[in-house]
Design a protein around this ligand. Sequence first.
Ligand SMILES: [Zn+2]
Length: 462
Amino acid sequence: MNTLIEHGWLVCVNATQDIYRDSYVWIEDGRIIDLGPMAQMPAGLREQADQILDATGQAVMPGMVNAHTHLFQTFLRGVRDDLPLETWLDRVIWRNAALLTEEDFYLAASLGCVENLKSGATFVVENHYVQTSKRNCDHVFEGMQRTGIKGCLARGGMDRDDRVRASLPDFDVSPFLESHEVAFAELERLRQSWHGRDDKYYLAVAPITTWLCSPEFCHGLADYAREHELCIHIHTAETRPTQEWVQADHRMREAFYIDKMGLLGPRTQLVHSVWLDESELELVAARQANLVHCPVSNMYLASGVAPIIKALLLGLNVALGTDGPASNNAQDNLETLKATACLHKVHHLNAAVLSPMQILEMACMGGARAMHLDEQIGSLEVGKCADLVLVNLQRAHIAPVHRAESALVFNCNGNDVETVLVNGEIVVKQGQCVHVDEAKLVAQAQARIEELRATICQNAGV
Ligand SMILES: [Zn+2]
């Protein structure tokens, strides 16, 4: 199958930051074979094309990597808008996640993947940590598969409940806890059935946080990840209280403890990292680990401002994530770009602190590097996967456009995405998912929430 995309405003997000005002992209069998300015398009390409997409008036950019989310939280968005992380977990997450069935996880993941694709992410790092039933993770993978998005399931696990029991004495945490035997057997089963499947689906190891995992569990997960060359995905120093918990428990700061557990290396994705100090950032840089920045969630839960500018100065790789939709409350990947820019501008009182290209780089290549898939995805370059997003720039809130990269970061939102290709296959067309009936999916999710809403609201104290 050959596809020609012509006349788009191409933002390559490659090392030389190439941008072509009037461009062509030639795709064969899911790969980018050629691209450049329209004036240099080889003769005869149009005649060879099986399909031609006219991208006049549209930006063409690489598919973004949403490097941290929890898809099941599509079922829990907007339950409470007024809590910090620690109480939000108690009120909104633990009690309500325990209500969800395997079928709910499938439905919630499908909805979440539709949302991600439609807002420009072609790859999602899904941190699924609710292991209340054995098939939950498979259902999440099946949700991704159904929509056509690529993704990594970072399989979350916990074996320690003292912090949750202290704040929720009347709640039974046990459904969330796993024996090491079950956790490793499940990781192995999922690795064999999903990791690398179709060059689209991957598995990562994900101790949820160090304060929910014993040292033995952390060491075991680190060894397992090393043995199978899997990424490690872990919530890190998200809030000041959680950083203090780690210091109270282990008499060292969180990044040093993660390092002591063997969890810090080039394949590690440290999510949030809001309360990492200079010494921790230097350690993370020395270990060549990756940061995942979730600005909207950090603002929503009032967690703080992650030291992203310092991290970039130290040469750290930074990816962007929405975080779960119960603390965002959307997963609009284009909106995340603007939030990132504006948060750091105002925090540093410096309008020039991050350029649009730096932000696009984090959203695309940053995520690709964090997944160790930067040879395959993250930029528009010859030989890479044809994972592309076409964004309509001819709208009243965007036009007239002077600089496409600025428009993408500061004007566009998910509703402006027209077309999405994954491995050259069109999965979003005219702003609608090709493989999923969105209206039906939304109706199914709403109907299920009508059954659960009274209990969820009661649990959340609203
Ligand atoms: Zn999270």
